[in-house]
Design a protein around this ligand. Structure first.
Ligand code: PMP
Length: 424
């Protein structure tokens, strides 16, 4: 890789007004090789454009926090600082605040998980857990199996540690067991090492699909048979629109599943409080990793979450979120039904934030995006959710943030853009 040799950086060519220098980063020859896989996510690039008020953004996955009881939360935070400020504003342990870890066990019990607080470690969002799990397991070239498409932030972490992603196909019932068996056989035949299966079983980001219950045991069995660890990423599990939460994979296999959870979607994403539940030895390695990364997760934020859970009706609040997101999901599905041109298909999520739309052959969703933004609607092109450039006929549509009216208008604009594109 010529960009990463050991020579000191030199300007590549003299810059002139007509021809700007090709690479303005004077340090480019000095970065570690692993930075080669680090690219800005398409979502970040989109953010500035999509946040203009005239654009309906179906792009970002920002939770809708309007329904949070801000006044009583503010009073609780003020009380926390005046009564317990010397603890709340102090360093803590990398493992996390003990009371919160106990409460996290109660949260996970809703999905059938029985866990000991010692095996829970609090993280700065589940993104940090993803990063650390990859860090402790993956050497460059190791393989991670992941649904195709998969969460863009996970792909970013995997790339940062130079792990190779092998996508496994999904259908309407989620990850396909036969495709998983085949992927394992292919990787083994190439003599590569599989480090774990990364899966989002509930209300998939970006797929909007849920792993069917009978498949859960089968997927776990396949992985156990082949000695493959399962990393279950479940930030949306409590945001189902119909009935009880699905049993977590971790509730069915305590020995071979690392479970990632988060308060980002059920409470407040800006507090950056998530967690990882792992078999004891793995949890121990994670705590050591967290110590070197951040010393400890933010004590104040952990205590805010803990006080919120003990003083507020957090389960009632989750019901309010579910109702809001259900209404928005309905608005999106009915608008898609009404406006989308023939040849488009989409998933029908039972929870979470996302619909995955497939457009007719010949349309490239990445190339179309600037034209969609001109028509004042934004989405995320499907290619960001695969490591290999696949997904150009797909896009992710989020229904979490805009109001139902804005969602309908956004889908109408998107359908117009698509129709024009198909006529080009
Ligand atoms: N996993 C998935 C599937 C997600 O969608 C997200 C957030 N978009 C995360 C992990 C990270 O969540 P956080 O770090 O806010 O807990």
């Amino acid at each position: 890789m010529s960009d990463h040799g050991s020579q000191p950086a030199k300007p590549e060519q003299p810059s002139s007004p007509e021809k700007p220098a090709r690479n303005l980063d004077a340090y480019r020859a000095h970065y570690a090789e692993r930075t080669a896989g680090m690219t800005a996510s398409e979502i970040r690039a989109l953010f500035a454009v999509a946040s203009r008020p005239e654009v309906v953004s179906l792009a970002g996955g920002m939770p809708n926090l309007a329904a949070l009881p801000l006044d009583s939360l503010a009073a609780e935070v003020a009380r926390l600082i005046s009564v317990d400020g010397q603890v709340a504003l102090q360093y803590g342990s990398a493992h996390g605040v003990p009371e919160l870890r106990e409460q996290i066990c109660d949260v996970m019990a809703l999905e059938g998980i029985s866990a000991h607080p010692d095996d829970v470690m609090v993280t700065a969002g589940s993104q940090m857990a993803l990063d650390m799990v990859t860090r402790i397991f993956c050497d460059p070239g190791d393989v991670i199996l992941a649904e195709g498409p998969s969460y863009v932030g996970a792909l970013g972490s995997f790339a940062a540690y130079q792990a190779e992603v092998v996508h496994v196909a999904m259908d309407d019932d989620g990850l396909q067991p036969d495709a998983l068996r085949q992927a394992i056989a292919n990787v083994n035949a190439q003599g590569k090492r599989i480090k774990f299966l990364y899966t989002i079983p509930n209300f998939h980001n970006p797929g909007g699909i849920t792993l069917a219950l009978p498949r859960r045991a089968e997927i776990l069995e396949i992985c156990a048979q082949h000695g493959i660890l399962v990393v279950e990423d479940n930030p949306y599990g409590l945001l189902g629109f119909d009935g009880q939460p699905h049993p977590a994979l971790r509730s069915m296999d305590a020995d071979n599943v690392v479970y990632l959870g988060s308060f980002s979607k059920t409470f407040a994403s800006g507090l950056r409080v998530g967690w990882v539940l792992a078999p004891h030895a793995i949890r121990e390695k994670l705590v050591l990793t967290a110590e070197s990364a951040t010393l400890c997760p933010p004590t104040l934020n952990q205590m805010i979450v803990s006080r919120y859970l003990s003083t507020h009706d957090w389960q009632g609040q989750i019901k309010i979120f579910q109702e809001q997101y259900r209404e928005r999901r309905d608005a999106m599905l009915s608008a898609l039904e009404q406006y989308m041109p023939p040849g488009c298909t989409w998933t029908r999520p039972d929870g979470g934030f996302f619909v995955w739309l497939t457009v007719p052959e010949g349309v490239d969703t990445k190339a179309m995006l600037p034209r969609a933004v001109t028509q004042r609607v934004a989405y995320v092109s499907g290619t960001g959710f695969y490591h290999d450039g696949f997904g150009s006929r797909q896009m992710r549509l989020s229904f979490c943030y805009p109001t139902p009216e804005r969602i309908r208008e956004g889908v109408r604009r998107l359908a117009n853009t698509l129709t024009e594109e198909m006529e080009l």
